[in-house]
Design a protein around this ligand. Sequence first.
Ligand code: DGL
Length: 260
Amino acid sequence: MNNNKPIGIFDSGIGGTSIWKAIHHLLPQEKTIYLADSKNAPYGQKSKEEIIALCMKNTDLLLQMDCKLIVVACNTATTNAIKELRANYAVPFIGIEPAIKPAALNSKTQKIGILATQGTLISELFNKTAEKFQTTKILEQVGHGLVQLIEKGQINSPEMTALLESYLRPMIEADIDYLVLGCSHYPYLIPQIKKILPDHIHIIDSGEAVARQTQNLLKNGVGFTDLTNNKPVFYTNTNPTVLKEILEGDYEVEVIEKDF
Ligand code: DGL
């Protein structure tokens, strides 16, 4: 059965557009609505209760826009709030979590690195997943300051390089062979990260996996659109300049002045 309602996607800011890009690439005909809650970024230092409240506010707005499915394009939001979202709303949710499994299963050195926010790394969901891979040493690093710089558009700044160097050097020295990007903002740092990591260290992010999961959910019940002229729409509650830059295309970006 067809379903012409939009797919809703939200993140604490512009980072989840890395997930939106993967979804839009795989399902270009689907109408997508993206919410960048940049005014409240970063979520990574907030309490679980605050994160749940922000996620509900984002969900309420996407449901007012009649979304058929909601993608929580934020590891911090997923690991802290997906259970509560699923318990409170009937709409299906897809979340993203740091991809520990493929890294742990493929690692030859049995040492992997994870770069994520504090909120993700201290969450129960993340720690439960990590516990399943007892034979792999997981080096966790909080990406202090990275989201703030990305939100300001300072991806290639010397400050960014210095932070990444300080977070990645110890992992290289510890002999990791996989680096998991556990935050949807971080794929925008891949060119920078590649300059620091030796070639044999693989980088894993979750964008494509989330897009395939979205496709499966549409196939297995939610329904694909049969309209062909769907254009993505982006909403932000701050200055849209950096969001527009990161989208690299002529997309409709609307500013909602008040809190979502
Ligand atoms: N994009 C979020 C994540 O995946 C962001 C983090 C934040 O707002 O701290 O965790």
